[in-house]
Write a protein of this length. Structure first.
Length: 319
């Protein structure tokens, strides 16, 4: 299915051999119930791999995604495990099933698993070990038949060494590891992706935009720090904002432009990267008011934006 040429199925593009192998593995894993841990930078397409695994399985239940970094910590437990009547003020009469129960006979995708608080890591470990949950405020053990797939763009092993992630949970999750490489390491996929999204947005917005050869070559060589999410966003942006039919390099946003004229001996790469990150965040803040909006604009996850803004002491006043 994924070995010949490149395939387009929504957002799945597999021209490079590495991605073909990942997709073949995902199809194979669909036949088994092993826990899978998918790692890779933000925007590389980890959710697509999960979808392939789920669709290749015989499970009749739903695929339910949980972004562990997007749900407030005080709500996350009840969202995952549900709650019983009277568990807290405002709890629904009769209680409410959690996402693990709603994913019965299906797959639950725990994205940004590195953002899961330590107190909930213990409870997740129990789910993986015992195959059962206990609702918030309850005592009854509820057996579940839910396949768990987790993903992270953070270095979980480094988090373990800092005491931020449980080692026993890591090994429970990491039964079958899948690493999705960044776009800059699979450049053969860039042009098919560009053409795919251009066609998709031309159809969506009833336009007939064309990417010039100059722009195509420029984007092929670009490093894509936001990976596929960033690529998709920039193509949509060009389609809807450029009045000309032919999209040129000059139409790109300022932060896409490369300038090597200032490179001199002794240049500190880390310092320059930090300077650029801060500059991009500050510019995004001029057209966005929340970290979620900023994340959408620059093509990274909202937790990444929060961490970076904290690092550079930038505040929106909102979240």
């Amino acid at each position: 299915m994924y070995l010949e040429g490149y395939i387009i199925d929504d957002d799945i593009i597999a021209e490079s051999q590495g991605i073909k192998e990942i997709m073949n593995l995902a199809v194979r894993l669909g036949r088994f119930n092993s826990t899978v841990l998918i790692t890779g930078e933000s925007g590389v397409g980890k959710e697509i791999v999960v979808r392939v695994i789920h669709n290749a399985s015989a499970r009749a239940g739903s695929l339910i995604k949980v972004n562990c970094g997007a749900i407030p910590e005080n709500l996350l437990e009840s969202e995952l495990f549900g709650y019983e009547q009277g568990a807290f003020t405002g709890a629904d009469r009769g209680g409410k099933p959690g996402l693990f129960e709603l994913a019965e006979n299906g797959t639950i995708f725990l994205d940004e698993i590195g953002e899961l608080p330590l107190c909930l890591q213990v409870k997740l470990l129990r789910v993986l070990q015992e195959g059962e949950i206990i609702r918030l405020g309850g005592k009854q053990q509820i057996k579940i038949n839910t396949r768990v797939v987790a993903a992270s763009n953070r270095n979980l092993e480094a988090m373990i060494s800092r005491g931020e992630f449980r080692e026993d949970l890591y090994y429970r999750l990491n039964v079958v590891p899948i690493y999705v490489p960044p776009l800059r390491e699979r450049k053969r996929d860039i042009i098919p992706l560009l053409k795919h999204y251009l066609e998709a947005f031309n159809e969506k917005y009833k336009t007939q935009k064309i990417i010039s050869t100059e722009l195509l070559n420029y984007l092929k060589d670009y490093e894509w720090p936001g990976n596929i999410r960033q690529l998709k966003n920039i193509i949509e942006r060009l389609v809807v904002t450029v009045p000309e039919r032919i999209l040129m390099t000059g139409h790109l946003p300022v932060h896409f432009k490369r300038d090597f004229s200032s490179i001199k001996p002794g240049l500190d790469l880390n310092r320059e990267v930090e300077r650029l990150e801060k500059n991009i965040l500050e510019r995004a803040l001029t057209i966005a008011s929340t970290t979620r909006e900023i994340a959408e604009i620059i093509g990274v996850s909202q937790p990444t934006v929060v961490r970076k803004m904290k690092k550079y002491n930038i505040s929106t006043g909102k979240h």
